[in-house]
Write a protein of this length. Structure first.
Length: 97
C-alpha cells in the first residue's frame, strides 16, 4: 500500500523542496525515474506531481507497459518493413543529434 505524500509529510507542502514539476518535465524525467537515477529531492517532486496528475500517472503506466512488452521482442518478431522503419528512424535521430 502506498501512502500519499500529503499524509506521510503533512508538514511539507508540495513544492517546498523546489518548484513544482510541470507535465513536460515529468515526461522528460520518466526514464531517469524508472532507472532510479533521480536524486531523492527530484524523485519526491516527481512522485508529488503524479499524485495530482492522472495524465502523467497514465503516461508512466504506459511507459512501464511498453518496457515490459518491448523486453519480450526478438528480431524475428519484426517484419522487414518494421525493421526498415526502425532503421530509418534511428538514422534520422542520429543525423539530428
Amino acid at each position: 500500500m502506498r501512502i500519499s505524500f500529503q499524509r506521510a509529510y503533512p508538514w511539507l507542502r508540495v513544492g517546498s523542496r523546489g518548484p513544482d514539476l510541470v507535465c513536460q518535465q515529468v515526461v522528460e524525467l520518466v526514464t531517469d525515474y524508472l532507472e532510479g537515477a533521480l536524486s531523492p529531492a527530484d524523485r519526491w517532486r516527481f512522485e508529488a506531481h503524479l499524485e495530482g496528475c492522472p495524465h502523467c500517472t497514465e503516461y508512466l503506466a504506459q511507459m512501464r507497459e511498453t518496457i515490459r512488452l518491448a523486453g519480450r521482442l526478438t528480431p524475428e518478431d519484426l517484419t522487414p518493413a518494421m525493421r526498415s522503419d526502425l532503421t530509418d528512424l534511428y538514422r534520422q535521430w542520429r543525423a539530428e543529434g
